[in-house]
Write a protein that binds this ligand. Sequence first.
Ligand code: KG4
Ligand code: ZN
Length: 333
Amino acid sequence: MILGIETSCDETAAALVADGTILSNVVASQMDLHAKFGGIVPEIAARKHVEAIGYVIKEAIDSAGKSLADVEAVAVTSKYGLVGSLLVGVAAAKSLAYTARIPLVGIHHIEGHIFANILSHPELPLPHVCLTVSGGHSMLVYVKGLCRYEVMGNTLDDAAGEAFDKVAKFLGLGFPGGPVIDRLSAQGDRAAFNFPRPLRGSKAVDFSFSGLKTAVVNMFKGRDRAKLPLADIAASFQEAVVDHLVSKTLQAASQKDVSAIGVTGGVAMNRRLREVFAETCPREGYQVFFTSPDLCGDNAAMVAAAGSARLRYREVDGLDLGVVAHAPLESVR
Ligand code: KG4
Ligand code: ZN
């Protein structure tokens, strides 16, 4: 039974997972606090993690009907995220590992998102190509086996979720932007505006979203917001993002001998993204697996699941475990 802890961004999360079954999954979101700033404020995030972490861990253990004595190991996100935020989770995990005399394992946040999909679909074939997209990253990973990765592509500038958030902010739609644009797009015409499709024709399977965001800003800058066709702009922008994500993912999959594609991370909640993947993948000969909605955003069940796999490879960290803001995604040694 593994306790997972996740504090890499603005969610304070803890979960108990045993043999691929989620016993509890507690997430305390700070979203409302950051919304008025139109983005995550790192200092506020770290302070709020300090306030919440003790309660969140206790709730994860209590709501599973367990006690600390039942916990056999602790997995914590130690890489990839805001340093001040990561430090809070890692300090809590170390204290628990030390006092309960249980193994500690540090997890890369992106590996967590990949495991959110494996946790959602135990039948997900290995190898597969995984698109992992959120507010902090956009990556294409060839998942060769459990904890064995090759990063195929990355964003060259903004993350996909960041682009949703920035365009929503420009249009005065609020934060986080992804869910608002997703909802508004349902009433809009996705062919109303022809926004650019980045890196089309390039052999690389990287992403770029900042030019797309700037194209939206340049087209409507200085215009009276009340007169803007917001639903049409949202739908056309979303279509360009989805087109870019799906085409690069299919391009990546065609470079590997895989039959399955995984889609995970906060942006994997997007309904149009799911629709287009669901339409195109079978046509191109791939099965597609979407992380279940409750595990798309940051959570600790995914961290516990990754920890469980790493422990099977006997990967354990010492109490000197540090945090790293931008670490490469590494395979098990
Ligand atoms: O994985 P996540 O909860 O946190 C990070 O690791 O960043 O992802 C949050 C991101 C935000 O940028 C948010 O706007 C985006 O995911 N998002 C969406 C949707 N729901 C959340 N983007 C597009 N469509 C959605 N339905
Ligand atoms: Zn994330």
